[in-house]
Structures are given as structure tokens and as C-alpha cells.
Design a protein around this ligand. Structure first.
Ligand code: ZN
Length: 529
């Protein structure tokens, strides 16, 4: 008995010592460690074995298969993007270069109420895909509603609500990290608050969060934040205002009120948080951005039918004029730019003013821009970029302690279309513009907002911090050189200043190039039943 005990003790000690002393698979030497917790940086080396960080110490001199001298650069946890549309592109570009090259090692899919339903086949396909990046997903309320009753504006029966709950439950069992909604979009916009709460309660049982593209980010933004808080409070789960922004110059400054609501909610014990991308333009489809939601109910044929009725058409047009003047349109057709048009790829990069003039032979007035937006919707729609956000609100929201970073981007095919630069630049831009140039945030706090904060939010308990035992998702960058190169005029430019990106212990980006490693994993909910 004693001998057995001795052998076990020796084995345990040996493996403990082995973890401490190597040989290691990878050692990063001479780093400034920004550990993700928000504490000040310190100097150390980091050792990795397999997919795990096994040691952090002032000097690690034991042998390793690979040693990288980072020469005083920052070593931080890989960034976690809590709001991405990675489904747009992950199967075409499984290396996700635009994200990896700005330090993102985990993408969370299924935001804005939009996810595959059911999730299982999608997750199985992702499992089978060799990829450079980790990926997890939410289950989308809008998609669940569409699957049960379609894109229609009506209340569900209690039987239909039961079906929706079952689909959310299935999504959570399949590994979703929570429930997302897009109450601005069709069909989310047709959903009464109580119905969202019913579904949120299901996600709550599984330890999931609720994350929402709110009903209104313009004139009704304060009411929408109240609704988001109420859903968290009555649904019994953490709640998050996603890509928080204030749209339309008439509404600029409202972030003071919305942040006060978040503070008050937190003070009374409601777990409400925010994520944000650091740009003064948003991106969504031209039709969702500029046409009223009621016009988009049903199919494209339904829309065409509505537009063929002169009275309905003029009602749609007057609401579109209002959106152009006071909301996403930013008061000038030049502030709306086409990002991508599948039926006419040449429209990408042109403003609504250009399209009115060149394609419709119209003077670029607001009224004619509304006419052009309707024409675009009739053709099948395009995605657009909308310059209608104030810098003061961006900075105020970013500075808030409950705000984390999320790109709301996608995985573009390099050089194709004119996507929002957030897909290439979000995380690098925060580090360059808001840490180095404007000093809105400290480096440590910015990294916290990209790492441990979203990891804690999502229950990804083994990522987001540089500590022994955590998964080895690691980025190395030069804080003096890091920058976003992507602009609205020239979006297809990778971020700069990152020298190494490591996913699950394997180097996926080094120097200027992606490596052949494909260590990305599908991440599933870890907490709850
Ligand atoms: Zn959104």
C-alpha cells in the first residue's frame, strides 16, 4: 500500500516537475505580459506544451521544440470576438486571415438573432473543417421564429411558442453560448418583448447569455436599452447590448443616458454589459437600413407587391426619406455606400448618390436616394455602409468599464467587394487609435476588453487569460507599431504590428504569413446544465 502510494506520489511529482521544467513545445522569451485581467504588464517568458500554457516565469531556459524571442513586444491572450458573422466566409477562407492578422483567435457566430436552425449540422460541418481559428455560436431568436411561423408579423400561438422554446433548448444542448436577437430586423422586429423573455428563460436554464441587436439604435435607443435590460432581468440571465451605437446626428449624445441605464441596472444587480466596434459607420443591408421593417415582411415578392401599389409605395418612400435624413442615412446620400451587391458587383464602393446619378439618372437628392434604395431592394438588395455615428458616443461607450470589443465583421474574400473595414481592423484600431493615439484606454484595459471579459461573459473558462493551465491562444504585437490599415476607401488591408498569433498552442501566423497549421476548435458552452 505504502509502495503504491509512493509510486503515485512520485508520478504526480514527476509530472508536476515536467510541467514546470520542460522540455516544452514552445517558449516565448522576453515578453511584456499583458495577461488579460487588466493588471499592469510584467516581464516574463511563456512556455506551452500541447494546447496549454504550462508555465510563466521571469526566465525559462529549459529546452523547447520551438523558441521565439519576442524582444520586448507584448504577449497577450488571443482576442475573442463576441460578435462576428463568421459564417459569411469561414468555409471559403478557413484561415480567417483578416481576423488572425489582427490577433483574433476566437470568433463567436450567430449574432443579431440570425443563426442556423438547428445548429447541430452547422457545428458538425465546422468540426470537419480544418481551420486556423476557434469558433463558437449563439442560437438566433429571429431564425427560430422564422423556422416556426415564418417571416410574418403576428403573435405565435402557445403551441408555436412551445416549438420555439424546444428549438432554443435544442440549440443550447447542441452547445450554443446563449440566445441572440436582432429586434431591429425582420422577423425579430415582429416579436413582442414577452416572447423574447420566454425564450431567454430557456437559455438561462442552460447558463447562456442574452445578446441583442436592439429594436432601435436611433431615436428609440434609450427605450431599447431599457428593453434589453428588462429581458435580462425577467429572463433571469446576463444581458448584453451588442455593437452599441447611437445612430443619426439628432440622437448623438444619447449614450450618456444609455450608459446611465446600464450603470443603474448593474447597481441593482442586473448583469448587463455592452460590446462595440470602434467606427463611426455601421453596416447592414440597404433594405433593412433604409426601408421600414413592415415593408419587408414575407418574401421579396411580397415587397414587390407592396411597391406596385402607389399608396403603399409612397408610404414606404416617405419612411425611407426619414431614415435617410435622421437615421442610418446620415442626412446625405453620400453617407450611404454600397458594400456588396450580388446582382451588380460594380456597385460595391459607390455611394447612394453615385448610384442615383449613374444608374437611375437622378439628381442625388434625399428623395431620389430613397427612390434608389427602393430600386435596390426590388433588384434583390445589397449590403451597405452607413456613416451616421458620432465620435463622442464611440469614445464614451468604449471607455465604459462594462464595454467589451466585438467586430460585427465577417471573413471577406481578399480584394472582393467593399466591406466595412471593421472586418480587418477592429481590434488593431482600438489598440492604435484609442490606446496609443488618444489614450482613451490603457493598453491593459483594452486587452481585458478583448480577452478575459468576453471569455467570462461566454463562460469560456479556459481562455482569455495568460495563466498556466489556460489554453494557449496567444498574440504577440508591438504596441508602438500596431495599427489598422483598412479604411472605408480601401478596406482590404490587413492590420499591422502583429508578429505571432498562436491558436491552441500552434503558431498560425508568423512574421508576415499564415502558416499551414489548422488548430482551430469549435467551442461549446461549458457552464450550466
Ligand atoms: Zn447587428
Amino acid at each position: 500500500m505504502n509502495l503504491v502510494r509512493f509510486v503515485f506520489a512520485t508520478l504526480a511529482l514527476t509530472s508536476f516537475l515536467a510541467a514546470q521544467t520542460g522540455p516544452y513545445d514552445l517558449v516565448l522569451r522576453n515578453g511584456r505580459i499583458v495577461d488579460g485581467a487588466g493588471s499592469g504588464w510584467y516581464r516574463a517568458d511563456v512556455a506551452v506544451r500541447g494546447d496549454t500554457i504550462v508555465r510563466i516565469a521571469p526566465t525559462i531556459s529549459e529546452p523547447a521544440k520551438q523558441i521565439i524571442d519576442v524582444a520586448g513586444r507584448v504577449i497577450a491572450p488571443g482576442f475573442i470576438d463576441i460578435h462576428s458573422h463568421a459564417r459569411r466566409g469561414i468555409f471559403e477562407v478557413p484561415t480567417a486571415d483578416n481576423y488572425i492578422r489582427q490577433g483574433v483567435t476566437t470568433l463567436i457566430e450567430g449574432p443579431d438573432g440570425d443563426s442556423p436552425v438547428p445548429l447541430a449540422p452547422f457545428l458538425a460541418k465546422l468540426e470537419g473543417l480544418p481551420k486556423s481559428i476557434n469558433i463558437g455560436t449563439f442560437i438566433g431568436q429571429g431564425s427560430v421564429r422564422a423556422a416556426v411561423i415564418g417571416n410574418v408579423n403576428r403573435r405565435p400561438t402557445s403551441e408555436e411558442i412551445g416549438k420555439m422554446k424546444t428549438l432554443v433548448e435544442q440549440g443550447m444542448k447542441d452547445g450554443a453560448l446563449g440566445l441572440s436577437s436582432g429586434l431591429f430586423y425582420v422577423p425579430g422586429t415582429f416579436t413582442p418583448t414577452e416572447e423574447v423573455i420566454e425564450l431567454a428563460k430557456v437559455a438561462a436554464r442552460f447558463g447562456g447569455i442574452y445578446i441583442s441587436h436592439m429594436r432601435d439604435e436611433a431615436g428609440g435607443v434609450v427605450e431599447s436599452v431599457k428593453e434589453t435590460i428588462a429581458i435580462g432581468e425577467q429572463g433571469g440571465l446576463p444581458t448584453q447590448v451588442t455593437h452599441h451605437k447611437i445612430i443619426g446626428s439628432a440622437n448623438w449624445g444619447q449614450s450618456a443616458a444609455t450608459l446611465r441605464l446600464i450603470d443603474e441596472a448593474r447597481a441593482r444587480g442586473i448583469d448587463a454589459t455592452i460590446d462595440q466596434y470602434p467606427y463611426t459607420a455601421s453596416s447592414t443591408s440597404i433594405q433593412a437600413g433604409l426601408l421600414p421593417a413592415w415593408a419587408l415582411e414575407g418574401t421579396r415578392d411580397d415587397l414587390r407587391k407592396r411597391l406596385s401599389d402607389p399608396a403603399t409605395r409612397s408610404k414606404i418612400k416617405s419612411e425611407s426619406i426619414r431614415a435617410l435624413q435622421f437615421e442610418r442615412g446620415g442626412g446625405d446620400p453620400k453617407n450611404v455606400v454600397i458594400a456588396r451587391c450580388d446582382w451588380d458587383s460594380e456597385l460595391a464602393g459607390k455611394s447612394l448618390a453615385d448610384v442615383a446619378r449613374q444608374r437611375r439618372n437622378l439628381e442625388p437628392t434625399v428623395e431620389n436616394a430613397a427612390e434608389t434604395a427602393i430600386w435596390i431592394a426590388e433588384q434583390g438588395g445589397c449590403s451597405g455602409i452607413f456613416h451616421a455615428i458620432g465620435e463622442q458616443d464611440v469614445e464614451r461607450i468604449l471607455r465604459h468599464p462594462a464595454t467589451m470589443i466585438g467586430s460585427d465583421g465577417e471573413i471577406p474574400i481578399f480584394g472582393k467587394n467593399a466591406p466595412h473595414p471593421r472586418s480587418y481592423g477592429t481590434f488593431a484600431r482600438v489598440l492604435a487609435v484609442y490606446v496609443r493615439e488618444r489614450k482613451t484606454l490603457t493598453l491593459e484595459d483594452a486587452v481585458r476588453k478583448m480577452t478575459s471579459f468576453p471569455a467570462q461573459r461566454l463562460g469560456l473558462l479556459d481562455r482569455g487569460l495568460l495563466r498556466p493551465g489556460m489554453k494557449a491562444d496567444i498574440v504577440v504585437f508591438d504596441p508602438e507599431r500596431v495599427r489598422d490599415a483598412a479604411t472605408f476607401e480601401n478596406p482590404h488591408q490587413y492590420a499591422e504590428g502583429f508578429s505571432h498569433v498562436i491558436v491552441n498552442g500552434q503558431v498560425v501566423f508568423e512574421g508576415q504569413a499564415m502558416t499551414a497549421a489548422r488548430p482551430g476548435k469549435v467551442l461549446y458552452r461549458q457552464r450550466g446544465i
